[in-house]
Design a binder for this molecule. Structure first.
Ligand SMILES: Cc1cc2nc3c(=O)[nH]c(=O)nc-3n(C[C@H](O)[C@H](O)[C@H](O)COP(=O)(O)OP(=O)(O)OC[C@H]3O[C@@H](n4cnc5c(N)ncnc54)[C@H](O)[C@@H]3O)c2cc1C
Ligand code: FES
Length: 261
């Protein structure tokens, strides 16, 4: 983990309000593991404001990129960043996704920016499996060609039916679970809204399979000091304790997560 002034080399609108931000970050980029994030100080917002966390979409050759959607003050300000400007980054942060176990079929489940957050996991997995992507509409489904180019079979669901099956991502997931046969043991890797993560966790628990979920929490410091981002995690004695999503997470094994808050 380090602090770095990263230089913007590309900033383009991809689709549906998502933007790709590519930065020269020769210190951070070589250290990145799948599922980790950077904590970015948004310029022009003033010194008092907090950094914002973004999953690392791609990393290599001294560069890293993020794929983000403008939803509030910080990300709306980021829209105006220009190539050549410098950004203050801390990263790579957090514990990311593990490598899928050898005797399982990896199944990625993503909503929103989760498609970007899972890309490096898809690229480094020793075995290709299936990727289930969900969004409100066609424009919210990102990077399909890139996952397919890596050898993943992508199944899509949209709320309005403009791409793939009409419904939530669980519609295509459940369809596959129902058809896959008992010899196929899935291991899930999920990133998206917390209700989607819980839905994946429920299916994994019902099937006796493992699921890794990347939990979304508002963050302040991003480095484990402020306790803004805590999540209830089960302990072996049947109780629970707080874990910091920025430090012990964002990825947790789903059986550890207490979903009742
Ligand atoms: C691990 C992780 C990875 C993520 N990866 C991605 C990704 O790859 N792509 C993506 O699009 N999104 C990602 N997100 C979500 C992204 O961080 C949020 O979309 C972003 O923080 C929104 O910032 P905003 O200022 O635009 O929104 P806001 O809703 O305005 O603010 C976001 C947070 O900052 C706080 N805040 C805002 N202003 C102030 C203030 N003045 N003082 C104190 N606190 C303030 C808010 O309380 C809130 O916690 C990720 C989140 C996490 C936790
Ligand atoms: S954001 Fe400060 S402890 Fe996680």
């Amino acid at each position: 983990m380090q602090l770095e002034e990263a230089r913007i080399v590309q900033h383009t609108e991809v689709q549906g309000g998502y933007r790709l931000l590519v930065m020269d970050a020769p210190g951070i980029a070589p250290q990145v593991k799948p599922g980790q994030f950077v904590h970015l100080k948004v310029p022009h917002l003033g010194e008092a404001l907090l950094r914002r966390p973004f999953s690392i979409f791609k990393a290599g050759e001294g560069r890293l990129s993020i794929l983000y959607k403008s939803i509030g003050q910080g990300t709306n300000t980021m829209k105006y960043l220009q190539p050549g400007e410098s950004l203050d980054l801390i990263g790579p942060l957090g514990n990311g996704f593990p490598i899928p176990a050898e005797d399982t079929l990896p199944a990625l489940v993503a909503g929103g920016y989760g498609m970007a957050a899972l890309y490096l996991a898809a690229r480094t997995a020793p075995v290709r499996g299936l990727a289930f992507f969900g969004g409100r509409k066609s424009d919210d489904i990102l990077c399909v060609d890139e996952f397919e180019a890596l050898g993943w079979e992508v199944r899509i669901a949209t709320d309005d039916g403009t791409r793939g099956k009409k419904g939530l991502v669980t519609a295509v997931l459940d369809e596959w679970i129902g058809q896959k046969g008992p010899a196929v043991v899935p291991e899930f890797f999920a990133c998206g809204p917390n209700p989607m993560l819980k839905a994946v966790a429920d299916r994994a628990a019902a099937g006796g399979w493992k699921a890794w979920v990347s939990v979304d929490r508002n963050m302040c410091c991003g480095v484990g000091a402020c306790l803004t981002c805590v999540q209830k995690i089960r302990t072996p004695d049947g109780g629970w304790t707080w874990h910091r999503v920025c430090r012990e997470g964002p990825v947790f094994e789903s059986r550890e997560v207490v979903w009742d808050e």
